[in-house]
Design a binder for this molecule. Structure first.
Ligand code: ZN
Ligand code: ZN
Length: 393
């Protein structure tokens, strides 16, 4: 999926077969919380509140559904964390990996003010309060109402700084996710047929995403012919025709909670010389960016390597998005790979490299792999051929 799009919550394309059962060892959660507390001390943050989100799953393994009633993990730099939940959620919360940490789950009743509980139990009176980036605005406003002496800021420098590099277990989960989506791409040529619509092909791809081990379909882009020029293309009733290039960008979430995301470009028979030449330039651009990945590389250097290659073929003007995004418990997370981005890449960061070209009214293409930064450079965990896949018609 592209670095600047967000497609969560769309019930049409987001289909769930089973609940996520996110797993990490108790020792992993303890380490994450301890590291968060150390970051809080270093940054001078007095209190951190984390509501249901990937951040909450990452820190304590509790896959809570965001409800109108607040659930929050409450962390102070020098105290034992605790979880505040609606009373009816106590048993679910205790049964989650948080229960194994031996820390308190405090239930609040319908006539309690949960923000009073947070203030009283944490002992917070005034200072800096970090909240997870994806906390509902409604909650943030309630916090500022109930903790009037709180200076509220984002928790990204605390939690994002930990999530940005992956542990060996997380890397294995991401490799599994990549292998699963690769198996789907391997079957895409059987689904693409002249005369079928993008929607028909997209439906079949969704089935395969689940059949190959994901528990949720996060997005399915099938962009044929001129639709390939729109990176945001939704599935349409356009009939796939002879000579069409077809951009297929697909991803889902595995039982581990980790995500896949991979784009390949196909062609219905011969797409014409001009497209083939452009595709070859794109393929070199994707290789150049991949080769630029190493411990210490700066994000914008990886972006520039591919963009410069596209410029040689006069295609840079048609590359209208950044090169990539991190991936983990969310399809889009740090680090982002783009022009002007100063993030220093380190070993065990995982991100997409997905240059493309989009020529309005004509055609488009994209090649996307997820790569791990290793001491030997980028390890591309998507293994399907990056060549243009020409389907016999
Ligand atoms: Zn993608
Ligand atoms: Zn992507």
């Amino acid at each position: 999926m592209l670095a600047y799009t967000s497609r969560s919550g769309d019930t049409d394309r987001t289909r769930t077969r089973a609940n996520l059962s996110y797993m990490a060892a108790t020792s992993d959660y303890l380490e994450r919380i301890t590291r968060a507390q150390v970051h809080m001390q270093e940054l001078g943050i007095d209190l951190m509140l984390v509501t249901p989100s990937a951040d909450l799953r990452y820190l304590i393994g509790y896959n809570a559904i965001p409800l109108e009633r607040i659930t929050a993990l409450v962390i102070s730099p020098h105290k034992t964390p605790f979880l505040v939940v609606p009373r009816l959620e106590i048993s679910t919360a205790s049964a989650s990996p948080f229960g194994d940490l031996g820390w308190e789950v405090i239930g609040w009743a319908e006539n309690d003010n949960p923000y009073d509980i947070i203030r009283e139990v944490s002992g917070f009176s005034q200072g800096r309060v970090a909240v997870n980036n994806h906390m509902w605005a409604e909650r943030v406003l309630k916090i500022s109402e109930n903790l009037p002496k709180a200076h509220i800021e984002l928790a990204a420098p605390i939690i994002g700084a930990i999530r940005i590099t992956k542990t060996p277990t997380e890397l294995d989960f991401l490799r599994e996710a990549a292998a699963a989506i690769d198996r789907v791409h391997a079957q895409v040529p059987n689904l693409l047929k002249v005369g079928r619509t993008e929607e028909e092909v997209g439906r079949d791809i969704s089935e395969l995403i689940l059949a190959e081990g994901h528990v949720r379909v996060d997005f399915v882009i099938v962009a044929s012919g001129p639709n390939g020029a729109s990176p945001h293309h939704e599935l349409s009733n356009r009939v796939i025709s002879a000579g069409d290039p077809v951009v297929v960008d697909i991803g889902g979430t595995m039982p581990s909670g980790y995500c896949s995301d991979c784009t390949r470009t196909y062609s219905m028979g011969d797409p014409g010389v001009e497209f083939i030449e452009r595709y070859e330039i794109l393929q070199r651009a994707q290789e150049r960016s991949t080769e630029t990945v190493f411990n210490g590389a700066i994000s914008h250097e990886i972006d520039a390597a591919g963009r410069n290659e596209l410029a040689k073929g006069d295609l840079a003007q048609y590359f209208i998005h950044r090169t990539g995004h991190g991936i983990g418990l969310e399809t889009h997370e740090e680090p982002y790979i783009g022009e002007n981005n100063q993030t220093v890449i380190e070993d065990n960061m995982v991100f997409s490299i997905e240059p493309g070209f989009y020529i309005e009214g004509v055609h488009g293409a994209r090649i996307e792999d997820i790569g791990i930064c290793t001491p030997e450079g980028a390890e591309s965990i998507n293994k399907q051929t990056r060549d243009l896949v020409i389907i016999e018609i």
